[in-house]
Design a protein around this ligand. Sequence first.
Ligand code: NAP
Length: 284
Amino acid sequence: MVEITGTTQLICLLGSPVTHSVSPAMHNMAFSLLGLDYAYLAFEVGETQLAEAVKGLKLLNARGWNLTMPNKTKMCELVDELSPASQLMEAVNTVVSEDGVLKGYTTDGSGYMRMLREYGVDVIHKKMVLGGAGGAARAIAIQAALDGVAEIVIFNRSLDKAVKIADDINRHTGCIASAYSIADTAQLSKALESAALFTNATQIGMAPRSGQSVIEDKSLLHPGLVVSDIVYNPRETKLLKMAEEQGCKTVGGLGMLLWQGADAFKLWTGHEMPVYDVQNKYFK
Ligand code: NAP
């Protein structure tokens, strides 16, 4: 347990809903292991209350906070500085207060890319195929492009959202991006043939619809392909089961959750999170 004293600084999560979040447990365990004088709490705060909550946190000299649904976009308007990745992603999931100056970052994409490195998956200068164009997919695609992935092919149900991400990547990074409808199985098959990584960043496969997979034809998954699913409920999605049957290396969604937290922890404290202790306790 974190020992709370008169000098303990607050770090928190602002979102709705937040009661299911593993972030308080993960960060408080890490503060306690490293003897850091912070405490992490979760607060139920929606978009309309966000500005007022931020004003209160500044007044209380909170060290920083995380944002989850529905606050990641709105927070961009409330910070004093945005990291280059946050500017491109149009989202903030981590705020650091430096003597009242609010700096906004996004660790969803950096956490995902860090997780790939930690798990020995190398996509730099290679091609990745991404399912989805929501908030998480946008963060992953933009960070992957900034980190040096050579080509990203995005498939989504709403084509306009995928096209916007591809346009932003092509305009602002050296990566080549393209976008297709997720119903275009011929293009999906072609894109996967020469890809190093397929990432599912749609909600498909998430409980209670865990019987579904974003890729229905498992023959599209070749053994040289790494298959990653950011859905973490269930731990092993139908997509990951199919990929394993095809001989692919697979990566589950808990890793992204863990490493986005570790990146935020470093921004607030300057210390590496004791990730493997946290993983053993909360992510098994
Ligand atoms: P989001 O912004 O609402 O985006 C949802 C995505 O799923 C969109 O691409 C959407 O397509 C697609 N989608 C939803 N239902 C679909 C369906 N029936 N058929 C086809 N496509 C469908 O949500 P998000 O924040 O990006 O989250 C996406 C998933 O990632 C969720 O399952 C979430 O739990 C998971 N996630 C995991 C982590 C982690 O740390 N592991 C972090 C963030 C999110 P349209 O654009 O056409 O609507």
